[in-house]
Design a protein around this ligand. Structure first.
Ligand code: PEP
Ligand code: MG
Length: 321
């Protein structure tokens, strides 16, 4: 064991269900890197690239390469998962001059926008390929509802690689994943799993779309329930599909940083929890104190999935962990 391993063990930061889990950080730009270091994240599980696009000017390909490379380099040898543009819904980009929509969360958001604006998307994919040369990198596509969207995105990713190589740039080995945040994708996970290296579950949107509750509407906050048995049951279904296909699953929504849920996710076989860096210590503590065997994991999962309401789930989780 390295001295770092020993020190962390003494501080109670390794062992238990923590050993099988990667705890990564969600970031919005290289400015978040000091927090990634401070809280000892094992890489970045969600790099929200849209922040680069939310100012008055769009970033050039070079600016994107620079920003992505800085994060990848700082996180190496751990993995950096770069999410392609997730503009629309709650995230505005004035420079893109998007038409007003009646239902922005159900509109031209994220990958839908990228597929409608291939030049914008290609520039980002080229930048991601170029940045992948500096360290372990994965790309993931947000807001996928159908298999066709995923195939189209992958096709564009291949074209971007060819272009970049033709232009004489180096590329790395890019892992390809997709976010599971729309119920149709979660339900269809088994078919989608054949096309990707990993799933990353976006619980913020998955909750919003499963319960039909605007995640931003404070007057409906009581109805916005990440603990709802239907949401957790859907996540369990996604984990089973992934296991069958031999791909890994991460959680990168707010629920990924919730210490009450982390034992449940560990019991489901989730491999990575990615969260706001400040949540890492409490999630670490909740996992390190438990060492469930296969049978206890099964009991925990069954108990949670047998619940009828979110408050029953909370009771079960507080009883069992
Ligand atoms: C999510 O939906 O859970 C997620 C991680 O993406 P965002 O919060 O950026 O929409
Ligand atoms: Mg989302």
């Amino acid at each position: 064991k390295s001295s770092q391993d020993l020190r962390e063990e003494q501080e109670g930061q390794t062992g238990g269900m923590l050993s099988a889990m990667v705890l990564a950080a969600n970031v919005g730009s290289p400015a978040d890197l000091p927090l990634v270091r401070k809280f000892k994240a094992q890489g970045v599980g969600l790099y929200r690239t849209e922040f680069l696009f939310m100012s008055d000017d769009l970033p050039s390909e070079e600016e994107q390469v620079l920003a992505y490379s800085r994060v990848i380099e700082a996180c190496a040898p751990h993995l950096t998962v770069i999410r392609t543009l997730d503009i629309g819904g709650d995230k505005k980009a004035p420079a893109l001059k998007l038409p007003k929509e009646q239902n922005p969360f159900l509109g031209v958001r994220a990958l839908r926008l990228c597929l409608q604006r291939p030049k914008l998307f290609l520039a980002q994919l080229r930048a991601i390929w170029r940045a992948s040369a500096v360290g372990p990198t994965a790309v993931m596509f947000p807001m996928i509802a159908t298999l066709e969207e995923l195939l189209k995105a992958k096709e564009m990713l291949s074209s971007a690689r060819e272009e970049v190589l033709r232009d004489g740039f180096a590329v790395g080995e890019l892992k390809v994943g997709m976010m599971i945040e729309i119920p149709s994708a979660a339900w269809n996970a088994e078919r989608l799993a054949a096309e990707v290296d990993f799933f990353s579950i976006g619980t913020n949107d998955l909750t919003q779309y499963m319960l039909a509750v605007d995640r931003e509407n404070n007057t409906l906050a009581d109805l916005y329930q990440p603990y709802h048995p239907a949401v957790l049951g859907m996540i369990a279904r996604v984990c089973q599909a992934a296991e069958k296909a031999g791909i890994w699953v991460g959680i990168c929504g707010e629920a990924g940083g919730d210490p009450v849920l982390s034992p449940f996710f560990a019991a489901l076989g989730v491999k990575e929890l990615s969260m706001a860096p400040g949540s890492l210590p409490k999630v670490r503590r909740s996992l390190v104190k438990l060492n469930f065997g296969a049978e206890e994991k099964q009991t925990l999962v069954e108990a949670v999935l047998a619940c009828s309401t979110a408050s029953e789930v909370i009771d079960q989780l507080s009883k069992l962990v």
